[in-house]
Design a protein around this ligand. Sequence first.
Ligand code: ADP
Length: 489
Amino acid sequence: MTSHHTFPHGRLFVAGQWRPARSLTTFETVDPATEEKVASVARGGPQDVHDAVAAARASFDGPIRQISPADRSRLLTQLARMLESCADDFAHLETKDSGKPLSLSRDEIAGSVRYLDYYAGVADKIHGQTVPLGPDYLDYTVREPVGVTGHITPWNAPLSLLCRSLAPALAAGNSAVVKPAEQAPLTALALATIFQKSDWPTGTYNVVTGIGDEAGAALAAHPGIDALSFTGSVSTGQAVLQAAAKHITPVVCELGGKSPQIVFDDADLDLAASEVVKGIFSNAGQYCDAGSRLLVHRSVYGPLLDRLVERIQQLRVGPGADNPDMGPLISESQRDRVLAYIETGRDEGARVRTPLKVDFPRGYFVAPTILDNVAPQMRVAREEIFGPVLAVLQFNTEAEAAELADATDYGLAAGIYTRSIDRALGFARDLRSGYIMINEYFAGGVESPFGGYRQSGYGRERGVPGLDNYTQLKTVVVRIRAGGPPRTR
Ligand code: ADP
């Protein structure tokens, strides 16, 4: 990080000020490639959350209301340009904090800029409607900001997932309190330096770093939060929903997945192999929409597996700063969890294949792993591993493929590889999944609404529907002409 975007360590960002947590305590973040300390970070608690919500409220009730939609658009564009101008600093910081390859950090920072630009374009197009009630009435709707939005964000794509919910919240006219993940909070703090130099009012953007069940729980339970965005695991999502229920705070939640990649016998196998590898080993499998289950037609099983093994052998694994294809996992506990799942797979009867050995003296590395011979009832076929582990299952018929694809509690994403348009669109129609990609994994972008079915969550982030979480609809009904009989409900 060059000097113009440094921020004081061990501080929260509240009401435009860098200040220690009320408890005066801190914790440390660690570089996953070296296990060395990166920064000390303030350990915020309920009182700090309270202060941040008060600052955001003052900003919402005061200056933010005075900003026209067109000016909100300009201010978001200003943020986008400022972030773009120091994208490389942010990419290096993201890699140090999260372990991901530098090229991926660069892509994610570019994606963060794109969120700001996209919602800058939407800020002055948040229209209401008129509702036909006949000549004696005018019924119109207005989409108002909710007020103060809370953002509890994960560590796997820290800045980009923050901007995914922050940009629409600000576009709609809200102010925000952010609780970044304790494993990788630094780019959320660095973003505060940009807000400080921008023309956004003080208190628009507040960051309370801290531990999930302290600062995060306090934010979810705070009565002054008008809408929450949560991305993370199912169990934490349940805790957030329960806390939010106390004040009927609406939550958009994007939770886990066990997304299938389905390869039919008519697929382009070279293309499928390259997409399958990208779908599971990008970010070391630590994306909620990672394509972690491969369902493959029996007749192409051997040729596809050969291609996967060949591609895995060519992957470069190493510290993110060296710009490999795959870096370490985020933390020691995630590494241990993933290794335990691989052992579970072995115990359940899967064949463990690691075509590429990795051996580093330090860092939370796990070799890209294929679990072959997986049966549908095994835990490794149903549970989210969140690491570079691909569970491979075979099918014979389309009906079997469809049944396997839906045979988990999740429903986030699915990839389909086929040359048949009927198959592709038939599966897209039938799968119980919120996001379907045909012949390219991770297809789509900021414009494409994203979110889960079933236990993968509800609500949609990205695209124009992504605004819905941060607006509320007001209906105004006007009686125009007195005299006639009122319309009955
Ligand atoms: P992981 O288990 O991979 O760390 P989580 O779903 O627990 O992922 O974390 C996602 C975000 O939720 C993080 O910012 C984390 O600090 C936060 N968090 C964790 N526990 C709670 C909780 N009880 N209430 C609110 N937020 C929490």
